[in-house]
Each structure stands twice: as structure tokens, then as C-alpha cells.
Ligand binder design. Structure first.
Ligand code: ADP
Ligand code: ADP
Length: 230
């Protein structure tokens, strides 16, 4: 069963902006998906639907084969398995120290303190944030904040990891480091979706690309085929 399926999902913001139009997609296990599209194409809106932060105006999503009904308990289970790193790390860092922030997610899942520490320490190792772990997040540079936000989601060990422009703001060393971590996660048969403006990165990294324009998926498939048709 796919992790998530979208059946003709459309979305209008309260001010009537049409951000998604009849989007149909399937997210299988063990995929590396790159989402491309101009500013305003609807990428963030689409990603926010995948962990039920936004609810379609029409159409539906299925999670492991069952239609999502947006009951509180169901959303809780969904968010345990689908983790999102937002484009702007400030929107997800709010603890008094980096270490607290990284522990927040796994603690919120109800893990024992021992498991919380273990998950947080592993995520700190993966993102090389050991040296900043006692700092208050708001004192960090954008790239450091980004790594901390990524660490916080990694610590929850999601089955589907969604990252909105994960390498924006990172220098090439850390951009490569993060992409290597995503490779390891993929090797554990988990799925990853990144939105990016970096076509080369999409071409080299992804095994599936989705191209959006004006709220629609205008192309999808394996990168060699999709980019050949462009
Ligand atoms: P992308 O992530 O591809 O840049 P978005 O999903 O952010 O695109 O935006 C899709 C469309 O929805 C754009 O026209 C944008 O202006 C609009 N939009 C995004 N957020 C809101 C909002 N909160 N209220 C109204 N319109 C919005
Ligand atoms: P920005 O758009 O803010 O410059 P990018 O997403 O382009 O951020 O990433 C920063 C830099 O890291 C870019 O030069 C990009 O090409 C590079 N980069 C990111 N991921 C990889 C990767 N897997 N392999 C090689 N270079 C990468």
C-alpha cells in the first residue's frame, strides 16, 4: 500500500487564491522524490497537505489506503509517520536550546526519556550540530537553524520525510552532508520528498520528479524521462 495517495486534490486559500487544482499523486515506500516549480506554483501548499496541516477544499488523501477524515487521533498518527521540515526554520524552533528543540519531537511522540536522548543524539550526529547543542536557536545563523530543524524531524524517524528547500541557506559542505543523510534514510526504505529549485540536484538525486505549475502537476516520472520532455 502506498504511504499517501492524493485523489483530485484542490485547495483554495480563505482569500480564494486557487493554489492546487486536481492534483493526483501516489507516494510509494522507498522513494526519493524531488518537487520542482516556480515560486507560487503550489509546492508548499501541496507539502502542507501531506501531513494534514491543510485540508483539501475538494478531493481526498489516503494514508496507507484509508481516506483521511481529519479526526484528531488520525492526524496524530499521520504526523508521527510523516515529518515536515519547513522552508523557514524559525517557524519550527522555539525551545531554549538546540538540544531541547531536537528532543521536542520524539518526546512529543511519547518515547521514554532514554529513547528521546538516543534519538536526539543520533540526529545531532547526522547533522553535525554537537558544537551548537547548548545554544539558544535564535542566536544561530540561517544554515545552523536549518540543520537544527532537520535534526528535530530526523529524531522522530518518520517513514516519510518532507523537506521544503532543505539545502537553501546551507554552504556546499552541509548541503552535501544533508543529502548524504537523506541517502542513508532512503536506504532504510523510508521515503523522502524535497522541494528544490536545483534542477541538477533533482536530476542526480531523485528517482521521481514532480513538476508543478499554477497549482497543477504538469509532469511526473523518473528524471531522465521528465527532463528529456522539457
Ligand atoms: P510555492 O511553494 O510553489 O512557492 P505556494 O504553495 O506557497 O507556492 O503558493 C501557491 C499559491 O498560493 C500562490 O499563488 C500563493 O501566493 C498562494 N498562497 C500561499 N499561501 C497563501 C495564504 N496563506 N493565503 C493566500 N494565498 C496563499
Ligand atoms: P541555494 O538555492 O540557497 O543556493 P542550493 O539548494 O542550491 O541552495 O544548495 C546550496 C549548494 O549546494 C548549491 O551549490 C547546490 O548545487 C549544492 N548542493 C546541494 N546538494 C548537493 C548535492 N547532493 N551534491 C552536490 N551539490 C549539492
Amino acid at each position: 500500500v502506498p504511504i499517501i495517495e492524493l485523489d483530485s486534490v484542490s485547495y483554495q486559500y480563505p482569500d480564494h487564491t486557487k493554489a492546487l487544482n486536481n492534483v493526483c499523486l501516489t507516494i510509494e515506500r522507498g522513494r526519493k522524490i524531488a518537487l520542482l516549480g516556480n515560486n507560487g506554483a503550489g509546492k508548499s501548499t501541496l507539502l502542507l497537505h501531506l501531513n494534514a496541516i491543510l485540508k483539501p477544499t475538494s478531493g481526498q488523501l489516503r494514508f496507507k489506503g484509508s481516506v483521511i477524515s481529519y479526526r484528531r487521533n488520525e492526524i496524530r498518527i499521520l504526523r508521527k509517520l510523516v515529518g515536515i521540515v519547513f522552508q523557514d526554520p524559525d517557524s519550527q524552533l522555539f525551545s531554549s536550546s538546540v538540544y531541547e528543540d531536537i528532543q521536542y519531537g520524539p518526546r512529543n511522540l511519547g518515547l521514554s526519556e532514554e529513547k528521546v536522548k538516543k534519538a536526539a543524539d543520533a540526529a545531532i550526529g547526522m547533522t553535525e550540530t554537537e558544537n551548537i547543542k547548548d545554544k539558544p536557536p535564535h542566536f544561530l545563523s540561517l544554515g545552523q537553524k536549518k540543520r537544527v530543524a532537520i535534526a528535530g524531524i530526523l529524531a522522530m524517524e518518520p517513514e516519510l520525510l518532507i523537506l521544503d528547500e532543505p539545502t537553501a541557506g546551507l554552504d556546499p559542505y552541509y548541503a552535501n552532508k544533508i543529502m548524504a543523510v537523506l541517502e542513508d534514510i532512503h536506504n532504510e526504505d523510508r521515503s523522502i520528498i524535497i522541494s528544490t529549485h536545483d534542477v541538477n540536484l533533482a536530476y542526480e538525486w531523485a528517482d521521481e520528479v514532480w513538476i508543478m505549475n499554477a497549482g497543477e502537476i504538469i509532469a511526473k516520472g523518473c528524471p531522465t524521462v521528465v527532463f528529456q520532455d522539457e
